[in-house]
Design a binder for this molecule. Sequence first.
Ligand SMILES: *[C@@H]1O[C@H](CO)[C@@H](O)[C@H](O)[C@H]1NC(C)=O
Ligand SMILES: *[C@@H]1O[C@H](CO)[C@@H](O)[C@H](O)[C@H]1NC(C)=O
Length: 543
Amino acid sequence: MRLSISVTTLLAAACAIGNSNALSIPSFANPQQLLNLEHYGNAFNSQMDKFAQSALNGNIVTAIANYFNEPLESISEETKKIWSDLILQFPQSVTNLNFKSNPKKATKGKGKFDVHVTDKKFPGHQLRVKSTPESLGVDTVKQYSGYLDVEEEDKHFFYWFFESRNDPKNDPVVLWLNGGPGCSSLTGLFFELGPSSITAGIKPKFNPSAWNNNASVIFLDQPVNVGYSYSSESVSNTIAAGKDVYAFLELFFKQFPQYNNLPFHIAGESYAGHYIPVFASEILSHEERTFNLTSVLIGNGLTDPLVQYEYYEPMACGEGGEPSVLSPEECQGMTDAIPRCTSLIKSCYESESIWSCVPASIYCNNAEMGPYQRTGRNVYDIRTMCEGSNLCYSDLEYIDQYLNLEDVKAALGVEVDEYESCNFDINRNFLLAGDWMKPYYKNVINLLESDVPVLIYAGDKDFICNWLGNQAWTNALEWSGSAGFSKAPVKSWEVNGKPAGEVKNYKHFTFLRVFGGGHMVPYDQPESSLDMVNRWLSGDYKF
Ligand SMILES: *[C@@H]1O[C@H](CO)[C@@H](O)[C@H](O)[C@H]1NC(C)=O
Ligand SMILES: *[C@@H]1O[C@H](CO)[C@@H](O)[C@H](O)[C@H]1NC(C)=O
């Protein structure tokens, strides 16, 4: 079978790009436009050319082997064939491949902070805190923003915390993470579940369905160089990112002990389907931790690609609750590519080596997402086409403008020169590091066996991390409750007396299909999403 790899699909890759990934998947009706986009267009092409050429010379393979400590002997014949197919697609000149992202322009010390927190357990780490963001009018509740600094590695993570609107002394605390990889959690704040959205006049507008109605919520920009976070270093895998997030949480709860005995939950979407199982496992591995891990919630995540990649075809071709948006030939093409795609993902699962994992991402993304993307349809919502210039949602542009206002940055203590909702270098780095297809779903088993409740929810109009795939992997997951879960009935979930979705639960594991939600459920279904989060946080795992 002939591979056809396009830079477009390679970039456009999965759920990964997450929330404001709307940015990174512009109109696929016009792939040229994607290639011309300044942030990664030409630079990325020339990267791929370099990659190809040095690969042809044998250099790239050696370079990767050295860079990632991956022995060359571990490459199978099939993998070699895939790499050479890949290389043939980019037969142009040049030399070294650079896996590192460019450092973000920032000035440490530019932000003015009130409190600095350190902890002997984390030498070289400090948390800087500012308590003035209320002046911005995003919410009237108590707020803190600032940076976690890891001096030795020159990493600076931005966060913004909002107290619960209800009873912050007793309400739970939620950490929210957007995906990407490489997209800012502040788009989750302003586009989805935070206390305000941003209007066309670039002003905050109160969100009555914000998740901080009954919980305190932390929005964290990670890994470094995402959103307002910055570094001269780069992070290109989920495991490394998890260690930083754990340190952040310890220092946060040290600074704010009034929250550290409260129930604590991690929620996120899209590529956070990779992050959350790993971050939560990292937290559990620290018995000395000073805070609770009460549950995790993953929305439209990419968690078990081996199962999920089989469901792009049914979702696009009429079996996900919407009519087919592709021709029978295109659907057939997607079906035909499944055996090779799954065999590549399987070898990635077995070896977890970038030799297998990178080609699996490239081949599968191309074969299973390419046909849909070429229609120009919104990958986050099968009901719509991408609107606006290069964003699928024009509201996202307002958020970018707002977060680049000087007075906003000053009020928050921001030290980066420019806010971007998604960093495409990071996206590429994760893909080229093989992170995309790795079997992080195994960490979900670890969480369940450690009695940490897990909610997998999915808006049922999303294509890119669709509900069929999420339903399928939750059914396929092997844990001590699998038999019970497989026998559990699918029940109706109602919000305000109206059908809002369907739920399947056994013990502390729940799959929830959200009717009428795209990739960003709180954006499309704010009331359902608030009911969902409040019920779950209150311990109602059955809905
Ligand atoms: C949520 O907050 C509202 C007030 O904002 C309160 O009336 C309600 O009881 C709270 N619900 C829970 C479950 O705490
Ligand atoms: C976690 O929550 C419980 C109450 O549910 C509390 O007793 C405990 O001290 C909390 N903190 C930690 C670190 O477990």
